[in-house]
Design a protein around this ligand. Structure first.
Ligand code: AMP
Length: 284
């Protein structure tokens, strides 16, 4: 594995591989790598001759009162994880390298960004789409690997690639969880001991609602709200449900929906979701 820190070094390293004899798989991350990231790298490794991983904490996707400054950064440990997971080129650019002139142009996501995390984090998905467009332009991979954990992000990136006619396959990979069901996240390190004990309730609440087989969306949301009331600290940021992947509003679900939540603990905002496909279910 080689580590490159600038665009120039990256282009130099990629030169021999932009040939039909090679296939580049790309995994964009913000670092603090865990098993979730590893699963994406392994999927890329299984399908491509070259795996490029980026580690970049993108300032444009953080709001003014969010955790950009405190987001965990651990480059040395990350290098080891990436190497062992089969990464060939690790790209760790600086903010100046990605945004040399500040933000003279950004992508504005019109559809799918006004709900869920887009509603509580205004501009977040514009930041995500902008950095992904930049990274895709630099790396020109055949495929890019994203976690289904960030389901809204995955839907928006698929839309981005479609809209701008980018010849890149976007692959969604299954959410990796701790044994108790908590979705792996770089932000989990910011949970207090007590919060860590309660955090698995997020997924349990979603699973309980899913198991109810209720097609009525407001009632599904209420079921999650009732379960989350068991958590003694923190607050619900949102509990929402939409058709997926269109993220269109739905009152009574008939097809595939996403039931999603964000929960604010003292120093970590966690997200999770379940998908429910009512088209395959009998009458509830
Ligand atoms: P992040 O570093 O949090 O921006 O995540 C980088 C990529 O890893 C994104 O595509 C995430 O969806 C994915 N990812 C993060 N956590 C998980 C997880 N627990 N399981 C699978 N993929 C994940």
């Amino acid at each position: 594995m080689i580590v490159v820190k600038t665009k120039q070094e990256l282009q130099q390293a990629l030169k021999p591989f932009h040939l039909p004899t090679h296939s580049i798989g790309f995994v964009p991350t913000m670092g603090a790598l865990h098993e979730g990231h590893v699963s994406l790298m392994e999927a890329a490794n299984a399908n491509h001759s070259i795996v490029v991983v980026s580690i970049f904490v993108n300032p444009l996707q953080f709001g003014p009162n969010e955790d950009f400054e405190t987001y965990p950064r651990q480059l040395e440990a990350d290098q080891k994880v990436a190497r062992e997971a089969g990464c060939d080129i690790l790209f760790c650019p600086s903010v100046e390298d990605i945004y040399p002139d500040g933000f003279p142009q950004i992508v504005h996501v019109q559809q799918g960004a006004n709900v869920m995390c887009g509603k509580s984090r205004p501009g977040h998905f514009d930041g995500v789409a902008t950095v992904v467009l930049k990274l895709f332009s630099l790396i020109r991979p055949e495929a890019a690997y994203f976690g289904k954990k960030d389901a809204q992000q995955l839907a928006i990136i698929k839309q981005l690639v479609n809209e701008f006619f980018m010849p890149i396959k976007v692959v969604g990979c299954k959410t990796v969880r701790e044994e108790d069901g908590l979705a792996r996240s770089s932000r989990n390190v910011h949970l207090t001991k007590a919060e860590r004990q309660y955090a698995p309730l997020l997924y349990k609440a979603l699973q309980r609602a899913k198991a109810s087989n209720n097609r009525n969306v407001p009632e599904l949301i209420e079921l999650v709200r009732v379960s989350l009331a068991q958590i003694p600290s923190g607050s619900i940021d949102y509990i929402e449900a939409y058709e997926y992947p269109s993220l269109k509003q739905v009152e009574v679900a008939t097809g595939r929906i996403i039931l999603a939540l964000a929960y604010q603990f003292s120093h970590a905002r966690l997200i999770d979701h379940v998908q429910i496909d009512f088209s395959n279910r009998g009458e509830a």
